[in-house]
Design a protein around this ligand. Structure first.
Ligand code: HEC
Ligand code: HEC
Length: 295
């Protein structure tokens, strides 16, 4: 299975999950606007000193955040409507052509708040990139500026797109409007949900682990790693792992019981783009989180 299919399945499964999440129904909380919580710590490699190191760091972040999966390897875009009829008309944009039209400030706002200067965005996961530190965000944007223009412009969702998707949503869909009716969420809605359900700090030493958990692990395990709103369930079984069995799990996909866990779309549960010490940070953080949640 290629990587774009992986993401499409992810989206389909999260739509299904949303639609059966009766007891997890959340009200639209966009009214309680809050500022992004910018991480004070960064991914490894944020101590870059040259432009070249900065761009390389940004490139690793772009790969970690899967920009090149949905937007395709050359960032020339893909049509989600081909794979998910419900989302007919939604393209992951050819950002090699559209990003040059956005200023650095506009791009950062898009990646932190899910806000585009001209329109609503759907599906674009600013919910996870919003937490990046200043150093990481600067490097990511510096890398994005090196992407050469290629391919053809991609269409934006047609007028009435949101209403037409909303009209086809199951009655118990995850998000609702002010009248309690199902309402297809925007990227901004998701940002707000992740912001108001973000993880606790726990301790200063654990901040990098928290950053990794709330940017990467949350995309499958939910904003609070509680399984709400995403498809992979919670991570409470981390309690049964020691540090070395947990590390083995995150680097080989083999659980403490010796089973092989695959993600819902058939890829391995491994994180080859994380450094050794980042893996250790996320282990330390998530183990402590689960222990605290038990008390
Ligand atoms: C899960 C799939 C997915 C991932 C991962 C993803 N995007 Fe997107 N992105 C989209 C979709 C879909 C749109 C278009 C949304 C729309 O038109 O409503 C979009 C829109 C955008 C836009 C606005 C483009 C325009 O037309 O002006 C930018 C910029 C962007 N993404 C950058 C990124 C960057 C940078 C990353 C990695 C940090 C990323 N995206 C990761 C799906 C994704
Ligand atoms: C691409 C999706 C995806 C991402 C990203 C992801 N996971 Fe998972 N994870 C899964 C799936 C699927 C399962 C299995 C769920 C099940 O079988 O109940 C799982 C299971 C787990 C479990 C339980 C293992 C067990 O023995 O039952 C832990 C702990 C866990 N993940 C931790 C993490 C951590 C930490 C991260 C971030 C570094 C992470 N996951 C990122 C999809 C993902």
């Amino acid at each position: 299975m290629n990587r774009i299919n992986v993401y499409i399945l992810l989206i389909v499964t999260s739509i299904i999950f949303f639609s059966c999440g009766n007891n997890t129904k959340q009200k639209n909380d966009n009214d309680n606007y809050s500022s992004p919580v910018i991480s004070s710590v960064s991914f490894d490699g944020s101590d870059y000193t040259t432009d070249q190191e900065k761009i390389l760091h940004g490139k690793r972040l772009a790969n970690l955040f899967a920009c090149n999966d949905c937007h395709m390897p050359n960032y020339t875009g893909a049509n989600f409507g081909d794979f998910i009829p419900l989302l007919d008309g939604l393209w992951a944009t050819n950002i090699s052509l559209t990003m040059p039209k956005l200023s650095d400030e506009q791009l950062e706002k898009l990646l932190r708040d899910g806000k585009h200067p001209e329109r609503n965005l759907f599906l674009m996961p600013s919910k996870t990139s919003q937490f990046l530190s200043k150093r990481d965000m600067d490097a990511l944007i510096a890398f994005l500026r090196t992407i050469p223009e290629k391919g053809n412009p991609t269409p934006i969702p047609p007028v009435g797109f949101r209403d037409s998707v909303t009209a086809k949503l199951p009655a118990d869909y995850w998000r609702t409007d002010k009248d309690g009716k199902p309402s297809y969420h925007t990227a901004e809605d998701e940002v707000m949900y992740y912001r108001s359900h973000s993880l606790p700090n726990l301790s200063k030493e654990l901040l990098q682990g928290k950053l990794i958990a709330q940017t990467l692990c949350s995309s499958c395990h939910g904003a609070s790693l509680d399984g709400i709103g995403e498809d992979a369930g919670d991570i409470s079984n981390a309690i049964n792992y020691g540090t070395s069995s947990y590390k083995k799990f995150l680097t080989s996909g083999i659980t403490v019981d010796g089973d092989t866990i695959l993600t819902p779309f058939g890829s391995e549960h491994i994180f080859p783009l994380l450094t050794d010490s980042e893996i250790e940070s996320v282990i330390a953080y998530t183990k402590r989180l689960i222990e605290e949640n038990r008390h």
